[in-house]
Write a protein that binds this ligand. Structure first.
Ligand SMILES: O=C[C@H](O)COP(=O)(O)O
Length: 249
């Protein structure tokens, strides 16, 4: 069965009630390819507003969640709380969480385990830094991050992998289609070897890093690119073009 193309919009720390209303209205009026799964991820405080306002064929994700259900963890949000708001997805292991907030591979693995147990679907992010790529350590890094995630996954149906090379995030320096394909193919190979051929075949691998309305269609043609995780451009009208990039082939 072909893998359903999936496009995520990670709004990061951006937006206001007013600007998100405009973005949601744009999506609601947009001509979106029904063969593509679309998930948008506003900051926590706007999740409820966005979920209630956005069309029902667009899902909503948290940008993070903690690995505890409740307790004295000031500032944290539980997977169960996202579920309580009827949020279906969560992004975990984003490089900004890894770098700025010092989340370790193991902590991310625990968050993945907890989120899946709570019934969320997970976009699990992996990706190398520029110096790691230049030192030919891309697959070492990506496989290490992947192993920490995979150790906590039983049912891969609820997991999508987002390959996001750190050097391409927010820099305008998008990976070439060949660079993306090469790593995606390696990730699929890793899944085949370490998990199963079926999981390798069925698990979707998104690319993230400076995707925009101009480069999405070319990237989408690569065999192992099953979608995009979009940052900056997801806040703009061109997000609709990105969502439809596969259909334009
Ligand atoms: O989660 C999204 C990625 O960090 C990509 O961000 P970007 O599209 O702004 O480069």
């Amino acid at each position: 069965m072909p893998r359903k193309f999936i496009v995520g919009g990670n709004f990061k720390l951006n937006g206001s009630q007013s600007s998100l209303k405009t973005i949601v209205e744009g999506l609601n009026q947009g001509n979106l390819d029904s063969n593509v799964e679309i998930v948008i991820s506003p900051p926590f405080v706007y999740l409820d507003q966005v979920r209630k306002a956005v069309r029902k064929d667009v899902a909503v994700a948290g940008q993070n969640c903690y690995n505890k259900t409740s307790g004295a963890y000031t500032g944290e949000v539980a997977a169960e709380m996202l579920k309580d708001l009827n949020i279906d997805w969560v992004i975990l292991g984003h490089s900004e969480r890894r770098e700025i907030f010092k989340e370790s591979d193991e902590e991310i693995g625990q968050k993945v385990a907890h989120a899946l147990k709570a019934g969320l679907k997970v976009m699990a992010c992996v990706g190398e830094k520029l110096e790691e790529r230049e030192a030919n350590k891309t697959t070492d890094v990506v496989f290490r991050q992947l192993a920490a995630i995979a150790a906590h996954v039983q049912d891969w149906k609820n997991v999508v992998i987002a390959y996001e090379p750190v050097w391409a995030i927010g820099t305008g320096k998008v990976a070439t289609p060949q660079q993306a394909q090469e790593v995606h193919n390696s990730i699929r190979g890793w899944l085949k070897e370490k998990v199963s051929a079926q999981v390798a075949e069925e698990t979707r691998i998104m690319y993230g890093g400076s995707v925009n309305g101009g480069n999405a269609a070319t990237l989408a043609q690569e065999e192992d690119v099953d979608g995009f995780l979009v940052g900056g451009a997801s806040l703009k009208p061109e997000f609709v073009t990105i969502c439809n990039a596969k259909a334009k082939m």
